[in-house]
Design a protein around this ligand. Structure first.
Ligand SMILES: NC(=O)c1ccc[n+]([C@@H]2O[C@H](COP(=O)([O-])OP(=O)(O)OC[C@H]3O[C@@H](n4cnc5c(N)ncnc54)[C@H](OP(=O)(O)O)[C@@H]3O)[C@@H](O)[C@H]2O)c1
Length: 287
């Protein structure tokens, strides 16, 4: 299949390009990140510009987005362009391609938690609102994945949450894990396998994809520390109010993943397996 991954230089996009290239003819878009030589073909483009040339693709996995939640809050027009207009431009530029849109658990306000695909979104932040508006640009036969992801950043200059924690623990610094924020995360490697299945079966509709149980950020970071060989006691319980975020965060953004568990052959990995996979890849990078 001829597949385009938008945001191929991003955290999820890079992993997806690697995974999908094993079976498909993959191209990917980059915007500000310089093109590196890979077996997949890179296309430099700003997706917020109309008249994209995407008619040749049979499937588009749209990961590109403005993902910094606080920056979205400060620059709502930029967030609208990157998260809504880019999705509209993609939908208008494909010729019947299957679109898979990566959305977020931040479409929910986090009051109730354990949100199913049927629950009504109510985003708290500009990021959540623009990602939800992006969902509405996806054609009816497209697939929308609501998720929360973690994995290695696409390069050492853009570390993911887990690497930031490991860098600090390695320097002997204590790390705070919030006990008042819950989520159901899935690793990018694991999510790439779900997306591979979505493409193979041309699945449409909304799917929550994440861990089968919810974790506080504290539990999550503690487990990461343990698997990476650090003393988990170096991770201290804290409250999100200490972070001085510019954009509000949902308290309990956990997703009910029953529908995905019933509909997919792919299974979600537990934290141990996910962190072990990340550790293996991290050690191979040698930094
Ligand atoms: N990270 C999370 O915790 C999380 C949680 C839930 C859902 N998600 C969703 O998952 C997806 C992937 O997230 P991620 O963290 O992997 O993203 P990321 O690392 O921030 O990468 C996003 C990519 O989008 C590209 N991009 C942004 N604006 C663009 C534009 N106007 N034109 C073309 N490309 C543009 C950037 O390309 P360049 O680098 O080339 O500029 C960037 O590499 C996003 O849709 C996000 O909303 C993420």
């Amino acid at each position: 299949m001829r597949v385009l991954v938008t945001g191929g230089a991003g955290m999820l996009g890079k992993t997806l390009v690697e995974q999908l290239s094993q079976k498909h003819q993959v191209s990917y878009t980059t915007h500000h990140t310089p093109v590196k030589s890979t077996s997949a073909k890179a296309i430099e483009c700003d997706l917020t510009r109309p008249n994209l040339n995407l008619a040749d693709f049979e499937a588009v996995v749209h990961t590109a987005a403005m993902t910094n939640v606080d920056q979205c809050q400060e620059h709502p027009e930029q967030a609208y362009q990157a998260n809504v207009m880019a999705t509209r431009n993609i939908a208008a530029s494909v010729a019947g391609a299957h679109i898979v849109y990566i959305s977020t658990d931040f479409v929910f306000d986090g009051v109730k938690g354990n949100y199913s695909e049927e629950d009504k979104p109510s985003p708290l932040s500009v990021y959540g609102r623009t990602k939800l508006e992006g969902e509405n640009e996806v054609p009816g036969d497209g697939c929308i994945i609501r998720t929360s992801i973690y994995g290695l950043g696409s390069d050492p200059q853009r570390p993911g949450m887990v690497e930031k924690v490991i860098f600090r623990l390695r320097k002997g610094e204590a790390v705070n894990g919030f006990t008042d924020q819950l989520f159901t995360p899935v690793s990018t490697r694991n999510l790439a396998l779900f997306i591979e299945e979505i493409l193979a079966r041309r699945l449409g509709g909304i799917f929550n994809i994440g861990s089968s149980q919810s974790y506080t950020k504290y539990e999550f970071i503690r487990t990461a520390a343990q698997i990476f060989g650090f003393d988990p006691k170096a991770v201290k319980p804290g409250l999100s109010s200490s972070a001085n975020y510019r954009a509000p965060r949902p308290r309990d953004a956990s997703l009910d993943t029953t529908k995905a568990q019933k509909n997919f052959n792919t299974k979600v990995w537990d934290l141990k397996k996910s962190f072990e996979t990340i550790k293996f890849e991290w050690e191979a990078r040698q930094y």
